[in-house]
Each structure stands twice: as structure tokens, then as C-alpha cells.
Design a protein around this ligand. Structure first.
Ligand code: SIN
Ligand code: MN
Length: 259
């Protein structure tokens, strides 16, 4: 898949792009089953909410075959290589559960804010590309974006170690309000199989999921190979140290698993 000039312009302006129904129902079914499998494993990469349900499965591409294939899927890797203008490696991989009733908040943050401060990633030449494994609606804790906020560079943040089970560099209310005045706030929603690509500088968050519907989303955080992290403070399965360029697999790599 090649991004058009219009899509590149839209990404530059808003900081994100939405691709409805990029993956088929059969492909999503395989990935959703894979998510259930990994959440059922007792391993350090599966981070839990304070209630005990899975919050996120880090590095799932290293211990699950379907997620391994998704981690090199051309529908995800090609557009990111196009926007970052070169080969990419996997900086982080997570399958976020945002479980029905128990899925906790993700506070306002920029991903690059954490990658710069904790991992010494030199530049924001990295981004996220996500696939919805459930329908994402207004009801089940969708991502909230502040469009255009990626143009502000790294904004001031504090290290929040208390709000959830996962430490994050989060933005203060005044900063969020100021950015909201400039570009508003949107919640990209859509059917399972949709894809969302967003700048590592885009300010985002998501509310708790108190609905009876899960909201599973898998995120690949991809970084240009020349821009790899310089500090190895966090666990290897949170901030990867394998900077090998990803070679995209065939487009039917997930379809091969359909029985
Ligand atoms: C993130 O910002 O890394 C995750 C947000 C979410 O899954 O809601
Ligand atoms: Mn984030």
C-alpha cells in the first residue's frame, strides 16, 4: 500500500491517518484469538491492571506466531517506511486489552516524550501504527487525539508512577487545554480491522472502559534504524534493542493461518 500525496498532506497537518477495514474479518479473528492466548499466559511481558485483568501484552511478536506475522505485515510496515523515508525496526510492540468494565485510563501523553526521556531516542523519527481487534466505539474507551499537537515538539510532562499500573510521562491539564484550543479533540472510531497511524509526537489519551465490550488494539511502534535508542534503562521487552531492519512479509501472511 502506497500513501497518496493527499494522505501525506493530511498526516502532516493532523498527525494521524485512519484506514477503515484494512484487515478482513478472518484476519482479525486470528489476531483476536492470539490476544486471548497471550493474555492467558503468566509472563512478565503481560502487564496487568491493578484489578488483575490484562492491560497490555508487550513484545507479543516474539512469542506468538500471528503477532510475529503482523509485526512484519506490509500493510503496516510499508506506509511507515514511506513516511519515515527508510528502513524501520520495532521499538515497541503491545497488544492493549482495555478490557470490558476494567480497562483503565491512559493519561494524556506523547509517546516520543517517553522514548526521548527514558530511552534516549535521538529524534521523533518513529511512529505508531495500530490495528483494531474489536470494534472501537464512543462507548469502549477509544483513543483521544489532539490533532495538530505533533507540531509542538516535545512538550513539558511529569513522570506519573501512581495513576495506573504503568509509568508514563504525562501532560498537565493547562498544556492539554492549550493544545485543545488550537486543534480540538477527536476520537477515531471504527470497525475491527481498521488501522490507525499516528505521529510519535501526537498528544493522545484514552478513558477507562466501563462498557461491557472489550477494546483490543495492537500497536507497532516503529523507528527509523538510524534513530535507534541510545539508553537501555527499560526492560528489553518494553524498549527493544534489536535494531534489525524489518523486511515486510507477503500480504497474505495472516491469511495463511486461516483454516
Ligand atoms: C498508548 O497510548 O500507548 C495506548 C493507549 C490506548 O491503547 O488506549
Ligand atoms: Mn501512547
Amino acid at each position: 500500500m502506497k500513501l497518496s500525496e493527499a494522505q501525506i498532506k493530511e498526516f502532516d497537518e493532523s498527525g494521524y491517518l485512519f484506514f477503515p477495514n484494512a484487515f478482513s474479518a478472518e484476519e482479525v479473528k486470528i489476531l483476536k484469538q492470539a490476544a486471548t492466548d497471550v493474555y492467558g499466559q503468566q509472563r512478565e511481558e503481560v502487564w496487568r491492571e491493578t484489578s488483575g485483568v490484562a492491560r497490555t501484552a508487550f513484545a507479543a511478536h516474539t512469542y506468538n506466531d500471528a503477532f510475529r506475522r503482523l509485526g512484519a505485515h506490509p500493510r503496516l510496515i510499508d506506509p511507515v517506511m514511506q513516511l519515515l523515508d527508510g528502513p524501520v525496526y520495532m521499538h515497541q510492540y503491545k497488544v492493549n486489552a482495555k478490557a470490558a468494565f476494567d480497562g483503565d485510563v491512559w493519561q494524556w501523553h506523547q509517546d516520543y516524550g517517553t522514548w526521548a526521556r527514558d530511552d534516549l531516542m535521538p529524534e521523533p523519527r518513529a511512529m505508531n501504527i495500530a490495528v483494531f481487534l474489536d470494534d472501537v466505539t464512543a462507548a469502549n474507551g477509544p483513543l483521544l487525539f489532539l490533532p495538530g499537537s505533533h507540531k509542538q515538539g516535545v512538550v513539558e510532562a511529569g513522570h506519573d508512577l501512581a495513576t495506573t499500573s504503568y509509568p508514563l510521562w504525562t501532560l498537565g491539564r493547562d498544556t492539554v487545554s492549550e493544545l485543545y484550543q488550537q486543534g480540538g479533540c477527536v476520537a477515531p472510531t471504527g470497525a475491527a480491522g481498521s488501522m490507525l497511524m499516528f505521529s510519535s509526537l501526537l498528544v493522545h489519551a484514552s478513558p477507562a472502559n466501563i462498557s461491557p465490550m472489550d477494546r483490543t488494539i495492537v500497536y507497532l511502534s516503529l523507528c527509523h534504524v538510524d534513530n535507534h535508542i541510545r539508553q537501555f534503562k527499560r526492560a528489553e521487552w518494553i524498549a527493544h534493542r534489536d535494531f534489525t531492519p524489518i523486511t515486510p512479509l507477503a500480504d497474505d501472511t495472516l491469511a495463511e493461518l486461516i483454516s
